[in-house]
Structure formats: C-alpha cells, structure tokens
Design a protein around this ligand. Structure first.
Ligand SMILES: NC(=O)c1ccc[n+]([C@@H]2O[C@H](COP(=O)([O-])OP(=O)(O)OC[C@H]3O[C@@H](n4cnc5c(N)ncnc54)[C@H](OP(=O)(O)O)[C@@H]3O)[C@@H](O)[C@H]2O)c1
Length: 291
C-alpha cells in the first residue's frame, strides 16, 4: 500500500451501515488515514462527523455527495484531489429501497431505485476511478436480495452473468428493466419478459455484475496497479432501510465492507462477491437468501 496517508471515501454515511463503515475505517486507519463521511445532506453529515468525534474521539471529514447529482460527485472528487492528490479506498454504500406500503407506481419505484442504487453508483465510479491510486480498494455494497435466479429469462440471465458483458450492455439491461416496469402496475409485463419483480433486487444484481466488469477492465489496464473492486453484502441489518427489522447491528453490517476495503496487496479476492461473513460466494449461481 502507498506509504503516505490512505484516503477513504464512504458514500451515504450519515447513518446506518455507511456510518458504521466510517467508524470502522477510522479505527483501523488511525493517523495513517483520512476518512471522508459523505452525505447528500450537509447538516446530517456534519452531525454524524460530530457524533463520532464527541462520543468516540474519532476524526472523520464531512464531504457533500449526492450519488444522483453528477456535479456534486465531481465537486467531491476535485476537493479530494486538491487536498490529497488521489483516493485509496472507495466504499459505494449509498442506497435506498421503497417500503412495501409505498404509494408510488412500480414504474416510478423502479426508476428512482435504479437511478440511485445502480446508475448513481456507476456515476460515482466513473468520476472517482481516474483518481484511484495504486493498490486502491473499491467496495460496492450489493445485497443478498440481488439474486440472479430471480431473473427467469434464460437469455437475460445468461447475458448478466457472462464473462464478456460490457458496462454499456449492463446499463441497457437495467434501463430495459425500468422501461418494462413502467408498462403496467401489476408487473404482468415484467414477469412476461423474465425480469425480477423487485426493483431493489434488480438494481443490486446490477451492482454485483458491474463490480465484476470493473475488475476485468482494471486488470486489462496496465497503467493501473493492483486496484481491486469487490461487491459485498452486509446481511440483514437493523437500519431505516429495513424499518429496523434486520437482525444485525450496523457494526456487524459494516464488517464485510471494512474487510474488502482493507484487503492486502496482491489479494486474490478481486471482482468477487463477498458475503456478510467475509466469504467469497459465487453470485453467478445465485446466492442463498440469508436475510
Ligand atoms: N440494511 C440491510 O439489511 C441491507 C441489506 C443489504 C444491502 N444493504 C445496502 O446497504 C447500504 C446502506 O443501507 P442501510 O441499510 O444503511 O440504509 P440507511 O440507513 O437507509 O442508509 C442509507 C444511506 O444512503 C444514503 N442515500 C440514499 N440516497 C442517496 C443519494 N442519492 N445520494 C447519497 N446518499 C444517499 C442515505 O442518505 P439520507 O439519510 O440523506 O437518506 C443514507 O445515508 C445500501 O446500499 C443498502 O441497499 C442494506
């Protein structure tokens, strides 16, 4: 790893699992790192930075970043480059899910969910990847609900799990899902096409597949040294997103992200899907739902 301070950025970190990832990285890196707690809402982000300081004497830095706002991502990148020259750890944690009793149509839910969980994450990567330094670690927070077996179309599933899938192709599949979701509220068309009936699940399938492609692309680029991307799932965690029904604490939910963020030099764990127990799972065969 680089001899200087390691610079880490965690998106969606004002609460929940992201907050616990910042806490864990602050403890692990100590004076050898600077951890940016990114939040879309400045007040909430600043409050969380202050909470870590006053309650645990941990020092993090606030940075504003809304994953659906490209300008805010670029502004955060420019600030990090100006202050540190580059980035060593990127944890793409920001995400959302509609509640079961949400009144928005399935099409609307699909559009917003995909824009945040998949396209937002992808935009953060597009902007931040050029500033990743040698040995950087990227963690894309996926979910065990992003199970490829929920894709009932053999053709779509084969493309999503194929070794030569491109980012553009994956984006088209995700956009096709949103278009299909807008066709009817009863999900009849989406079932007919063979897509999953969960927009959240489909967005997380996208995150896992994207991580695999990103690693392949980085491995082919000889100018990048030992940059590693993995998708993780945190388990079923007690947060606002799960209406606090999850059984794991936020610190337990942060374990696999912290593990993947701190993987040592020349690790074999690259382009993988890492479980909440920090075990590599074969996402292409479909992951057992544990949460
Ligand atoms: N909890 C689980 O059991 C579970 C299981 C599998 C995967 N996950 C994944 O874990 C990640 C964290 O979820 P969580 O459970 O900790 O949920 P959470 O407590 O609701 O936290 C979600 C975080 O994402 C932020 N966020 C949402 N939209 C954003 C945007 N457009 N730009 C920037 N930040 C945004 C939220 O900010 P605001 O406070 O401003 O809304 C919040 O900080 C998500 O990717 C989620 O899909 C969670």
């Amino acid at each position: 790893m680089s001899a200087g301070k390691r610079i880490a950025l965690v998106t969606g970190a004002n609460k929940g699992i992201g907050f616990a990832i910042v806490r864990g990285l602050c403890k692990a890196l100590g004076d050898r790192g600077t951890v940016y707690l990114a939040a879309r809402n400045e007040q909430l982000g600043q409050q969380s930075v202050a909470e870590l300081k006053t309650e645990e004497n941990l020092h993090s830095e606030f940075i504003q970043l809304d994953v659906t706002d490209r300008k805010s991502i670029e502004k955060a990148r420019d600030a990090i480059v100006e202050r540190h020259g580059g980035l060593d750890i990127l944890v793409n944690n920001a995400g959302m899910a509609f509640k079961h009793d949400a009144t928005e149509s399935f099409g609307q839910q699909a559009e917003v969910t995909m824009a945040t969980n998949f396209f937002g994450l992808s935009d953060v990567c597009d902007v931040m990847f050029p500033i990743l330094r040698s040995h950087a670690r990227v963690v894309n927070v996926s979910s065990c609900l992003g199970n490829v077996n929920t894709i009932t179309s053999a053709t779509i599933k084969a493309r999503v799990i194929s070794d030569d899938l491109t980012v553009d192709e994956l984006k088209t599949i995700m956009s096709d899902f949103v278009s299909a979701a807008k066709r009817d509220t009863q999900k009849a068309y989406i079932k007919e096409v063979g897509f999953p009936t969960s927009a959240y699940g489909m967005s997380k399938i996208g995150v896992t597949a994207l991580s695999s492609i990103q690693q392949r692309q980085l491995d082919q680029d000889r100018s990048r040294t030992d940059i590693v991307v993995n998708a993780i799932h945190p388990g079923y965690v007690d947060t606002d997103l799960t209406s606090h029904k999850g059984s794991r604490t936020i610190d337990e939910g942060a374990v696999s992200s912290i593990y993947a963020a701190l993987l040592p030099e020349k690790t074999d764990i690259r382009g993988q899907y890492v479980s909440c127990n920090s075990q590599v799972e074969d996402w292409r065969k479909g992951v057992q739902r544990t949460a």
